[in-house]
Design a protein around this ligand. Structure first.
Ligand code: NAD
Length: 273
């Protein structure tokens, strides 16, 4: 989809980080916005920063199917169409695989995987029916391409989000749809991802373990040194215009992916970085 101006974009996780940068970039392209998040204050800030374009906001917990259905109802009801859907909301939690509780996996899977699946289920049928060009961008991560120690729970959800993106793209292609899909796989980006616990529901809280704290601190430090969210948003807009499926923020990940495949095919465990 080359022309974005005048079209409608939906962004989840729009109160902070990559989601906010996507919203502001889409606004700069002249798009109408529907911004969703669980963080009311951050959402209002993003809306204020967006400038003159039409912006609607909706408090939405993407792990809740009914909340995402309500979001879709508002989009199609009040804005009349959706052309770009960014299933971007996500949370990080680290720690070794064997120290994670069911609550940890429930939270991570709820936001990072069910958030994507709910977005697909509630928006895509109506985007198909709309019969216009359209694009779905799922924010995955390099953690959906490579596993590393201390990020197992997160990686499980991101590998699954990549599988969801690939499967969605294959289904749309097989049915001759005008819709396209991108899987956004950033490395470290300067956001609040290391402080994801700020939105964790009390009902899914667990007591931090030393390995979990260490992973979280590592991710926070990596994010501080990471690329700017606005650069990622630029990559996404190019990806939409050029209809690219896999969006990597660093070309070295392509080489690493090749090396990983070759190592796996020898029967060995890939190294990590
Ligand atoms: N920052 C990085 O280094 C990095 C790298 C790879 C992938 N990602 C992915 O990028 C996406 C955006 O994260 P970010 O880095 O901008 O972090 P961030 O913490 O700055 O922003 C995440 C946003 O998601 C929102 N959110 C959390 N739970 C939610 C829920 N249940 N429903 C709706 N919104 C919810 C938060 O309130 C926040 O506004 C995530 O999917 C993350 O996994 C980030």
């Amino acid at each position: 989809m080359r022309e974005l101006s005048g079209k409608v974009a939906v962004v989840t996780g729009a109160a902070s980080g990559i989601g906010r940068a996507l919203a502001l970039r889409f606004a700069a392209e002249g798009m109408t916005l529907m911004l969703a998040d669980v963080d009311h204050g951050g959402l209002a800030e993003t809306a204020a920063l967006a400038g003159d374009v039409e912006v609607l906001t909706q408090i939405t917990d993407v792990s809740d199917a009914w909340a995402v259905r309500h979001l879709a109802n508002r989009c199609f009801g009040e804005l009349g169409a959706v052309h770009v859907l960014c299933n971007n909301a996500g949370v990080f939690q680290g720690g070794h695989m064997w120290t994670r509780d069911e609550e940890d996996f429930s939270w991570l899977l709820g936001v990072n995987l069910w958030g994507v699946l709910h977005g697909v289920h509630e928006f895509v049928p109506r985007m198909i029916e709309q019969d216009t060009e359209g694009h779905i961008v799922n924010t995955v991560s390099v953690a959906g391409l490579f596993a590393s120690p201390g990020s197992g729970g997160y990686s499980v959800t991101k590998y699954a989000a990549l599988a969801a993106s690939l499967s969605l793209a294959q289904d749309l292609t097989a049915t001759g749809s005008k819709l396209r899909v991108s899987a956004l796989c950033p490395g470290a980006v300067r956001t609040r991802i290391g402080d994801s616990d700020r939105t964790r529901p009390a009902g899914l809280a667990t007591t931090p373990t030393a390995d979990e704290v260490e992973s979280r601190e590592w991710v926070s430090r990596a994010a501080e040194r990471g690329m700017e969210p606005s650069e990622v948003a630029g990559l996404v807009v190019t990806g939409i215009r050029e209809e690219r499926f896999l969006l990597l923020t660093d070309p070295r990940y392509a080489e690493r992916l090749r090396e990983q495949t070759e190592t796996l095919l020898t029967g060995s465990l890939p190294g990590y970085q």
